[in-house]
Design a protein around this ligand. Structure first.
Ligand SMILES: NC(=O)c1ccc[n+]([C@@H]2O[C@H](COP(=O)([O-])OP(=O)(O)OC[C@H]3O[C@@H](n4cnc5c(N)ncnc54)[C@H](OP(=O)(O)O)[C@@H]3O)[C@@H](O)[C@H]2O)c1
Length: 370
């Protein structure tokens, strides 16, 4: 097997840890000797062995003189487990192929340097596009300290997310809604604005997926003025934990009621124009809480503010073959006289049919990341 095929295999293995490894990275690794796999592994959860250590153990003596494929740069520091770079050196491997460098300041090139210093031939960049896309939330979190921002929306073909009377339930079909639950399962937080919480009374739980995450995603409500009462499924903390992010403008009796319902409450500065909650602080707060991927599920006002602030890393839009001919625009009510600053920052990743709808994925263009 070729280098790129073996790295593909490693990326696929890493994906198996996506719902259990966070806040650690979901790394995959393959040990190959003369082009044949002799060991493989992935990092399943914090505190458990890293992918390379598992793959080396599976390879045993066959690791000597082998090539090891790792989706992320092997670590060089003592954390909860010993450094992978040392394990690779001790195992006597001849060559290490790395897809992407680790953006964690504790590693950031030091793992690769350690291997090279020990005389190991290290090649960086094989499968970098796919591994970088797979690990994007982790790499972003370690680079910026904030959560990676995924915006999910469901809209009519003419770009509306709710009808003029505010109804938006089930614009898209059953398969698209099931697919969106898979996205929830990949996220450590699901975020909505107060408008959506009031209009839809959502539960924001993961339902109907085959492999649920090891911990339910944190449900996050952005309510700067304390408009959302502490009732309904969002405040049933038996279902999943709830965090309300607010500002000093929320009345004390409301914040008391949120606390009494069992929700966590965090007070952050107001948005730059005095409205809402400052979104950069929201992303940093989530990052501090160990959220790598934050999935924003509406509504249109919050999505527009995220776009305006250049915070959106990825968009997943489910487009239904229907026309609302008016209502709430999926990305905010504001029209623009000229091109918005974010207009040219995205590129399509994929478009495919999901049941009767279309799923379109966009990501920030490389080099444009904040
Ligand atoms: N089809 C879909 O996929 C979908 C998904 C979700 C929602 N929806 C529909 O969308 C509608 C709700 O959308 P919406 O635009 O009215 O409300 P929204 O975006 O859910 O909430 C907007 C409110 O969030 C609060 N907020 C807190 N921080 C903010 C910030 N930094 N920027 C902007 N807002 C911030 C503000 O209220 P405070 O200042 O009071 O905090 C703001 O008025 C509903 O009809 C819902 O059914 C559709």
């Amino acid at each position: 097997m070729r280098d790129d095929e073996l790295m593909d295999r490693a990326i696929g293995l890493g994906e198996q840890g996506r719902r259990s490894a966070p806040p650690n990275p979901w790394v995959g690794s393959v040990v190959a000797s003369e082009g044949r796999i002799v060991g493989e592994g992935f990092h399943a959860r914090r505190g458990e062995p890293h992918a390379e250590a598992i793959a080396l153990q599976a390879a045993g003596d066959r690791a000597r003189g082998s090539t090891v494929y790792a989706t992320l740069e092997p670590c060089s520091h003592h954390g909860r487990t010993p450094p992978c770079a040392d394990a690779l050196i001790e195992a006597g491997v001849a060559r290490v192929v790395v897809a992407v460098e680790d953006s964690d300041p504790h590693v950031h090139g030091a793992g690769i340097a350690r291997l090279r210093d020990a005389g190991i031939d290290v090649q960086v960049g094989t499968g970098a596009d796919d591994a970088g896309r797979s690990l994007a939330p982790y790499l972003h979190h370690r680079r910026t300290g904030g959560a990676w921002c995924l915006v999910k929306t469901a809209m009519s073909l003419d770009g509306f997310t709710a009808a003029a009377d505010g109804t938006s339930k089930w614009i898209t079909g059953e398969e698209a809604r099931a697919d969106a639950h898979e996205l929830r399962a990949d996220s450590q937080a699901i975020v909505v604005g107060s408008g959506t919480a009031l209009a839809d009374r959502p539960a924001l739980t993961v339902r109907g997926v085959e492999s649920p995450p090891s911990t339910p995603p944190l449900r996050v409500l952005l309510d700067a003025r304390g408009r959302v009462p502490a009732e309904g499924p969002l405040f049933d903390v038996e279902l999943a934990p709830t965090l309300v992010v607010t500002t000093e403008h929320a009345p004390v009796n409301v914040t008391d009621a949120w606390h009494a319902a069992g929700a966590k409450v965090e007070t952050l500065p107001s948005g730059f124009d005095g409205h809402g909650v400052e979104l950069q602080h929201v992303l940093w707060l989530l990052g501090r809480l160990g959220v790598l991927q934050a999935m924003f599920e509406g509504g249109s006002t919050v999505h527009a503010a995220l776009l305006d602030g250049l915070f959106v890393d990825h968009v997943t839009a489910y487009v239904a073959p229907t026309f609302l001919a008016g209502g709430l625009a999926a990305f905010g009510p504001r029209g623009r006289d000229s091109m918005a600053p974010h207009a040219a920052r995205y590129q399509f990743v994929e478009a495919r049919r999901v049941g009767s709808d279309l799923r379109i994925d966009l990501e920030q263009r490389r080099g444009d990341a904040a």
